[in-house]
Design a protein around this ligand. Structure first.
Ligand SMILES: Nc1nonc1C(=O)NC1CCNCC1
Length: 249
């Protein structure tokens, strides 16, 4: 899995390649990252990568030339036809499904915009996908790129140790489209509040049922849209539906 980041701030990506699960996976060679700075593809003394918007308006726009040269250099270096993904609020929404789809691939070239945006002619010539982290405006595409890479890398075989991957596979309600159930750890009593008895029972079926019911209740309350999607995808059992019906009475 190789990612190429087109970015004015390559140092930001140390957060991913040097720490935690993604850092360990990087150390293990499960994924690679190479950054390309558009400033290195300029030829003027000021190394200009942005300019004022035609038609007026606030802020600056990233110029097409340095961006395209950086993308072409990354493509040449990769030698494949990897997707060229522009991180942008106007893109397709990122979610776990897209993370799983990307984890089955060989990586991508991630274009991290800054300023007000990027020249549309660069998008038309080079970009294959526009993807959004969510409906909010950030200062740059680097954080969305890192969030997306994190969600993909942790799905790669070997990235999580056995305990982590067991949790990832069997209990992670997020993978089934529901919100995750609450978590508890020692001490058993904290500020006079005890851990739910079901979790102390040692009865795995009861524990799984309790967790599933908690996920269903949380999802119904906070993200009914996700619950409906899980229902449409046939992910809710008769027991799930009976539990939900009981909540609505
Ligand atoms: N939300 C977002 N999901 O992906 N990118 C997002 C974003 O806000 N990008 C900024 C938009 C303004 N120009 C600088 C980049």
């Amino acid at each position: 899995m190789r990612y190429d980041a087109i970015t004015l701030f390559p140092d930001m990506f140390d957060a991913l390649s040097a720490h935690g699960v993604t850092g360990r996976a990087h150390q293990m060679g499960l994924w690679r990252l190479k950054c390309w700075n558009p400033r290195d593809f300029t030829h003027d003394v000021h190394r200009t990568v942005d300019d004022r918007p035609y038609g007026g308006g606030p802020g600056m726009v990233m110029m097409a030339g340095p961006l395209e040269k950086a993308v072409r250099a990354a493509q040449q270096d990769r030698g494949d036809d990897a997707p060229v993904v522009l991180l942008s609020p106007t893109g397709q929404g990122f979610n776990q499904g897209l993370a799983q789809e990307w984890a089955a691939g060989s990586g991508a070239i991630l274009v991290c915009g800054r300023y007000e945006g990027v020249d549309q002619r660069f998008i038309k010539r080079c970009v294959t996908h526009e993807v959004s982290l969510g409906d909010f405006v950030l200062s740059g595409g680097e954080l969305p790129a890192m969030v997306m890479m994190d969600s993909v890398v942790r799905l790669l075989p070997g990235a999580l140790n056995d305990a982590e991957s067991a949790r990832q596979d069997s209990f992670n309600a997020a993978l089934t489209g529901l919100l995750d159930s609450p978590h508890y750890t020692r001490p058993e009593i904290y500020e006079n509040e005890a851990v739910p008895a079901e979790l102390l029972s040692g009865h795995h079926a009861r524990i799984a049922r309790w967790r599933r019911d908690q996920s269903l209740a949380l999802t119904l309350g906070r993200r009914p849209d996700l619950l409906e999607r899980a229902r449409e995808q046939g992910l809710l059992s008769k027991h799930d539906e009976a539990f939900l019906a009981g909540l609505s009475q």
